[in-house]
Design a protein around this ligand. Structure first.
Ligand code: 5GP
Length: 113
């Protein structure tokens, strides 16, 4: 069965796409936790960091470089942003398709809740 993010990748569910290439897609979170809240998602199905393999090193790097591209595109590279990867139950992961939360546009508290 497809995850919700695979349905977004396949255009079965609409989303506001901010970036896309052959291996990565980035779209606005439907329930934003900050003025800018984008999910950076590999097109390859990887359920979480726990399932990453050595062969996934390149795609993991692509996800981080996508964050850099988004920051530049949205002109927040100077102000800053936070990248979050929830993994598993205690971290509150709800969609089991690896994703980075890209959060920006307000002061982000530390430590996070
Ligand atoms: P997690 O809790 O797994 O770290 O994050 C999953 C994120 O996916 C949540 O922030 C949630 O708001 C977002 N999300 C869930 N369903 C959809 C959807 O259908 N569209 C979009 N754009 N985001 C979604």
């Amino acid at each position: 069965m497809k995850t919700i993010f695979e349905k977004i990748i396949d255009r079965e569910i609409p989303s506001t796409i901010e970036y896309e290439d052959e291996s990565v897609i980035a779209f606005r979170d439907v329930t934003p936790q900050a003025p800018i809240h984008i999910l950076i998602v590999p097109k390859k199905r990887i359920s979480s960091i726990n399932e990453c393999k050595a062969e996934d090193v390149a795609i993991l790097g692509e996800l981080l470089l996508t964050a850099k591209k988004l920051a530049k595109k949205l002109k927040i590279d100077d102000n800053g942003y936070r990248l979050v990867v929830n993994t598993g139950k205690d971290a509150g992961q709800t969609v089991f398709h690896l994703h980075i939360h890209f959060l920006a546009g307000r002061d982000l508290n530390w430590p996070p809740g």
